[in-house]
Design a protein around this ligand. Structure first.
Ligand code: G6P
Length: 594
């Protein structure tokens, strides 16, 4: 979704802001814009258009050194994808320049009550902000005018504001949308994602909700909601720049698929002290004391939650419910006396989960967030957090964050439960088995090419295999745009089998001995109606004709193994169809609007 970068300092603002926008591309966007201080002319210039950051960069070829600038990538929510709606937005006199992430829910009302005399240039909710600032600035200093404007805004915002009258000042403000500030001896950088702060920050701090930050070269002032000066706690930047590079791989997605064994090992070394599993005791206590665990998540993370439910059932015997976050937020179930909540979110910023948080806070029960971004909003709002340690995931379609979620959920369920087996050993065996399988990853290429020739495809399985089938189908849809559905193997015959035609691809996942034959007979049912079946089976359950045979691993860890070929199938299907694999159409990495 939208991304923000701003810079003020001694380095070249153009280079730093453009580089930051490139780093934010992975989040998904449709337009990009920038405003830079033109040292010769003594004004801020603005450039924006629909399309990629590379296109924006081409518009800046004749722009030279600058010391202050702000940039934005827009993912349309209010108004079409066009130049007028792209950020930055200007006030009527062009004095103020604004970029904004988030949604101003009351923008229509603000327009009607305060700006009826103003001609708006765009269809965005953002534009009201810059006009309100200008309105208040008629009678007060700019920081105060911004503060007065913020008081009127309902919704979410991360904002950067420039003022033509004070070019050596950059003002940032936020509520509900993430915004971080980094500093070094060369200056300040403000961005909506740690990725863009990167190597330009020696240390950094996430800004708190309802704060406003006034940045000047030799002074940083933070104001709280009441416009009283506050402080910020900076921490050293520990971002590993290399982990966000594509390296020798043609796509981030392939790189991230291949990194998965490494992620399992990283999780092992983080959560184990020698042979002892170390999980925050307060988390274990809160989950043990609860009478029901509610897992809340969206998209791929929700699919990880479905597997988490099985893991908790088997290892702890506790009742667990999995909820789609956007449903729970406004239609929560009747809650028991002592529920506990597990939020699973790669980004830690998903707006649907933030909407759940408001409801959960009313019942005053423990919340644990499992996230890949330690500083994320959901991590900070929860009582406890557990890190996924997958490293930056750049491809929009989640792969290594999903497997990290499965592994961390397994460790958590193991810690909460009382069953004992050598989980560390089993996870090491898993990492090795994943590596063995992935070493031959190119074999999937031909299979994907020859099988996925139709506009529809199905994945089927039972139990844990069904949960993996849902994720496998989502991955295929997301990046190859083939319509795919995941089905409980036994349910297909109750209606959906009507869609099976000659050569419709049906992938069957078989990893559970108790039900392997049932799934096989479901595959036979569709095969006899013309389907092209592809069987993915564990070695111990495989038959001679099976297409993909995977090494056996501990039964609770099987989904981490069976999902691998499905990720590769999606990858190669998208490759053969010429799709933009890392940045699929219409999708965003972190969905910060409901
Ligand atoms: C978006 C992404 C999905 C992701 C979902 C939940 O829709 O495109 O890949 O699974 O958000 O994101 P989260 O960051 O909360 O895991």
């Amino acid at each position: 979704m939208c991304g923000i970068v701003g810079y003020l300092g001694d380095s070249n603002a153009k280079d730093i802001v453009l580089e930051g926008l490139h780093k934010l591309e992975y989040r998904g966007y449709d337009s990009a814009g920038i405003s830079l201080y033109n040292l010769e002319a003594g004004v801020f210039d603005m450039f924006k258009d629909k399309g990629r950051v590379d296109h924006l960069a081409s518009l800046l070829q004749d722009v030279h050194g600058s010391t202050v600038g702000i940039g934005h990538t827009r993912w349309a929510t209010h108004g079409k994808v066009n130049r007028a709606n792209a950020h930055p937005h200007l006030s009527s006199s062009k004095r103020f320049i604004v970029v904004h992430n988030g949604v101003i829910e009351n923008y229509r009302m603000l327009k009607r009550d305060f700006l009826s005399h103003v001609r708006l240039e765009s269809e965005t909710d953002t534009e009201v902000i810059v006009h309100l600032i200008e309105m208040f600035a008629q009678t007060m200093e700019a920081p105060e005018a911004i503060h007065e404007t913020l008081k009127l805004l309902e919704g979410s915002y991360a904002l950067l504001v420039l003022d033509q009258q004070r070019p050596n000042r950059l003002i940032a403000a936020k509520n509900k949308s993430p915004l971080l500030i980094g500093r070094s001896d060369r200056g300040y950088i403000v961005a909506s994602d740690l990725m863009a702060l990167g190597k330009h920050s020696a240390d950094y701090a996430p800004l708190e909700d309802y704060t406003m930050t006034v940045i000047e070269r030799d002074k940083l002032a933070i104001y709280n909601r009441d416009y009283i000066e506050a402080t910020l706690a900076f921490e050293p930047m520990d971002f590993d720049e290399d982990s966000a590079e594509r390296g020798p791989y043609p796509h981030f997605m392939l790189k991230e698929i291949m990194e998965q064994p490494l992620v399992v090992r990283k999780i092992l070394s983080h959560y184990f002290d020698e042979e002892t599993l170390v999980i925050n005791e307060a988390i274990v206590h809160d989950l043990r004391e609860s009478d029901r665990i509610h897992i809340l998540a969206a998209g791929t993370s929700m699919h990880a939650g479905l597997i988490g439910k099985h893991l908790f059932k088997i290892l702890t015997g506790k009742p667990v419910e999995v909820h789609i976050a956007s449903e729970f937020a406004y239609n929560p179930p009747a809650l028991s006396d002592k529920p506990a909540f597990l939020m699973i979110s790669q980004s830690g910023e998903t707006a649907d989960l933030r909407a759940c948080m408001s409801h959960i806070r009313e019942v005053n029960q423990p919340v644990v967030t499992l996230t890949n971004v330690r500083t994320s909003t959901l991590a900070r709002e929860a009582d406890h957090k557990m890190e996924l340690l997958a490293g930056p995931e750049i491809a929009v379609a989640s792969t290594k964050a999903y497997t990290a979620q499965l592994v961390v959920l397994t460790l958590l369920a193991y810690a909460v439960g009382k069953q004992r087996f050598n989980i560390k050993q089993e996870l090491s065996t898993l990492a090795h088995a994943m590596e063995t399988y992935l070493a031959k990853y190119e074999r999937i290429d031909t299979l994907a090419k020859t099988v996925l020739t139709k506009p529809n495809a199905f994945y089927i399985g039972r139990g844990l295999d069904y949960a993996v089938a849902l994720e496998a189908a989502l991955k295929l849809k997301e990046i190859s745009y083939i319509h795919a559905e995941g089905f409980a193997a036994g349910e297909l015959k109750h209606g959906t089998i009507a869609l099976i035609e000659e050569n419709t691809p049906v992938f069957g996942i078989i990893s559970d001995k108790r039900i392997a034959l049932n799934t096989r007979s479901n595959l036979d049912e569709v095969k006899s109606r013309g389907a092209r079946t592809v069987i993915i089976a564990l070695e111990s359950l495989s038959e001679e004709e099976d297409d993909i045979v995977l090494p056996d691993v501990h039964p609770l860890l099987v989904p981490v193994m069976t999902v691998l070929p499905t990720q590769l199938i999606a990858y190669y299907a998208a490759l053969h169809r010429g799709c933009d694999i890392d940045k699929p159409r219409n999708l965003a990495k972190s969905v910060t609007v409901e």
